[in-house]
Every structure is written in structure tokens, then in C-alpha cells.
Design a protein around this ligand. Structure first.
Ligand code: DAH
Length: 362
């Protein structure tokens, strides 16, 4: 043990003597190799000798050696900072010796300069928000205002006031998630129409985006929770031509002037007449019989619409003899799928950053 201590002391002296000579990165690297070099470094060799130390002394010898190694490393770091101001020098394995000799950079032992840099990501707006805001801007430009309503609704606002008679089979079309008694999760944004008409008088021009809920089994185009935007116009002399003109304008502003749109007769208890609107499938353009979005039909239904049923107006004390209105409800997620060319609605909700990072402004 004594001899080990002596050897260490001797080496410490040698180290300090050489340290005085250090003037640049090159001599510093030579000193480092002399002591910590992997094959013939003094410290390395001392560690090799540890094997021949009797077991009962090995612990203490190891401690002394480690202490000396730390000393050498710390000194080299100091010397590095002095010899090359501003540089970090750690006395371990040095990668990229050429840049050390160039004198410009001294490399931290743990750094592997061949690794690519770590990119910092800035948060981004969710694709559904981007899309919803685009819809809002189109209607705001036409003088509509944005309204809001509760996600937990009563049977009356979700169904009754919208002209669904109690126990009418039309209710089955909306697979309702009931809460308790009269309360349910709204199945569409149409109850907001009723709330707005109750608290304001024509002329009314509103849209209402929001979450809706249905008892659905998830598939590529259905989820138990999704987004809709409702639209409502009530005034004197409002006709189906206004409905058609506005919706065509809206869809062209959203998808471009050349988008193909078709109106189909339909039925909703709260509108008469009613129409559903399809746009061409922008995922397969009608060319894929196995398309997961349109099922090969080439069309995708994106909204329901119609002239507000006189009974709905009467329910909120708006005189149907004097006023008429039109309304629509659009599936935001489904329409965004077409706009972005996404075959799976679930992608929007899984928060997979690889998916979310792909979206910029439309
Ligand atoms: N609420 C309907 C649905 O969820 C969509 C709808 C159809 C809304 C016609 C309307 C409308 O305002 O007039 O399927």
C-alpha cells in the first residue's frame, strides 16, 4: 500500500511539472494521453496493477486510485479552461481530436458530435381547431355571430322543442347518451338554435360550433364524441334559395371554387323541407371502390339542413306566418377529414405528436 501511495505521489509531481508547460490544446491533449490514455496512461496502468494487490488491501488501493484519477481529471479541466479560454475540457474519452488540435473547440467527453441535434418543437394548433376557425371566419365575414350552448341538455331542448314528439321513432336516429331523468348529453348542436331563438328576435344569423355525443361504436368515420357546427338564419322572406346559395358559397370558400356539391332530399323533424348535402370524396375522388371514407360511392355526407319547421318557430314564440328560417348542422371532424385527406377520424383524438405536427394553416 505504501508503495502505491508513493507511486501516486510521484505521478502527482510529474503531472504538476508537465502542467506548467501546457500552452495550447495540443500539449494538453498529450498530458491527458500520458495519464488517462486507454493503453499506456499512468492511471490506466495503475488500475491494471490493482489486480495484483492482495484482496484485503484492494479496497483501499481502489479508493486511492479513484481519488487520483478524479484529481487528474479535475486538473485537466482547469488547465483546459486556462489554455483555451471559454472552452470546456473534460479529461475522459475525447472524440474528434482534430477539432481539439485545431484549437477552436475542446470537446466534452460525454458528447458524441456525430449525433444529430435535438430539435425543440413549438406547440401547434390542433387540426380540428384550425378547421373550426376557418369555418367561423367564413360565416363571420357574412355577418353571422357565434353562439354557444351547454353540452349537458334537457330532453326538451335536444328533442321536444325541435319537434320530436315523445316516443317518436325519429329519436332513435340519434343514439342518445342519457344522464339522469331529463338530462342527456346533447346529440347535436341543434338545441342551441332553440336557446338562441328563445332569447333573441329576428333577424337572427348565427353559427354554433361545439361538441356532441352519441352512443356509437367507433369506426373510421364515427366516434362517440365529435364536433358539429350549427347554423341558423331567421328573418322575413327567408327561402330555400338562401339556404342553397349560402351553403354552396360556404363549401366553395372551404374547399375551393371547383368542389362538387350535391343536395339530396331528406328528413329531420325540425325542418321542412329537409336536405342533406354531400361533397365529392376528396380522399379517393370516387376512384377507390374500397375507400374507407366514402365506401367507394365517391360522395360523403357532411351536413343536414332545411327550412326551420313552423312548429319549431312557434315553440319559441316566433310567428311562423311572418318569419321563416333555414338551418344546417355540419360534422366538423368528418369534413376536416376530407379537407386534410385523413382516412381515420380517431387520429384527431389520439394526440399522436407525429400526426399532429403535420398541420399548418390550411
Ligand atoms: N342536427 C342534425 C344532426 O345532428 C343536423 C341538422 C339537420 C341540423 C338539419 C340542422 C338542420 O340545423 O336544419 O344530424
Amino acid at each position: 500500500m505504501a508503495s502505491l501511495k508513493d507511486r501516486i505521489d510521484g505521478l502527482r509531481k510529474t503531472f504538476e511539472e508537465s502542467a506548467r508547460e501546457i500552452g495550447d490544446a495540443k500539449s494538453l491533449e498529450e498530458l491527458r494521453t500520458a495519464f488517462l490514455g486507454r493503453k499506456k496512461g499512468h492511471v490506466t496502468l495503475l488500475f491494471e496493477d490493482l489486480r495484483s494487490v492482495p484482496p484485503e488491501d484492494r479496497r483501499e488501493a481502489g479508493r486511492l486510485l479513484n481519488e487520483f484519477k478524479s484529481f487528474v481529471q479535475a486538473r485537466l479541466r482547469d488547465l483546459g479552461e486556462k489554455a483555451i479560454p471559454g472552452a470546456k475540457y473534460a479529461a475522459g474519452r475525447v472524440t474528434g481530436t482534430s477539432s481539439v488540435t485545431a484549437g477552436a473547440t475542446v470537446i466534452h467527453s460525454d458528447e458524441d458530435l456525430t449525433l444529430p441535434g435535438r430539435k425543440r418543437y413549438v406547440g401547434a394548433i390542433h387540426p380540428l381547431t384550425i378547421f373550426e376557425e376557418k369555418i367561423e371566419r367564413i360565416f363571420l365575414a357574412m355577418g353571422y355571430t357565434i353562439e354557444d350552448g351547454p353540452e349537458i341538455e334537457t330532453d326538451y331542448y335536444n328533442f321536444g322543442a325541435l319537434n320530436f314528439p315523445p316516443h317518436h321513432p325519429a329519436r332513435d336516429q340519434w343514439d342518445t347518451l342519457f344522464i339522469k331523468g331529463d338530462l342527456l348529453l346533447r346529440t347535436h348542436t341543434s338545441p342551441v338554435q332553440v336557446r338562441v331563438m328563445e332569447r333573441s328576435r329576428p333577424p337572427i344569423r348565427i353559427i354554433c360550433p361545439g361538441r356532441v355525443f352519441r352512443h356509437e361504436t367507433p369506426d373510421p368515420t364515427h366516434l362517440p364524441m365529435f364536433l358539429q357546427v350549427e347554423g341558423l338564419v331567421v328573418d322575413e322572406g327567408v327561402t330555400f334559395a338562401h339556404l342553397k346559395g349560402t351553403l354552396v358559397h360556404f363549401l366553395r370558400a372551404l374547399f375551393g371554387e371547383t368542389v362538387k356539391v350535391r343536395f339530396r332530399p331528406s328528413f329531420f323533424p325540425f325542418t321542412e323541407p329537409s336536405a342533406e348535402v354531400d361533397i365529392e370524396c376528396l380522399v379517393c375522388s370516387g376512384g377507390d371502390p374500397g375507400c374507407r371514407v366514402c365506401g367507394g360511392t365517391g360522395w360523403k355526407e357532411i351536413l343536414g339542413s332545411g327550412m326551420v319547421h313552423p312548429r319549431v318557430l312557434a315553440n319559441v314564440d316566433i310567428d311562423p306566418e311572418r318569419y321563416s328560417g333555414w338551418a344546417f348542422g355540419l360534422g366538423i371532424d368528418r369534413t376536416a377529414m376530407l379537407a386534410f385527406g385523413i382516412p381515420e377520424m380517431r387520429y384527431f383524438y389520439e394526440n399522436d405528436l407525429r400526426f399532429l405536427r403535420q398541420f399548418g394553416d390550411l
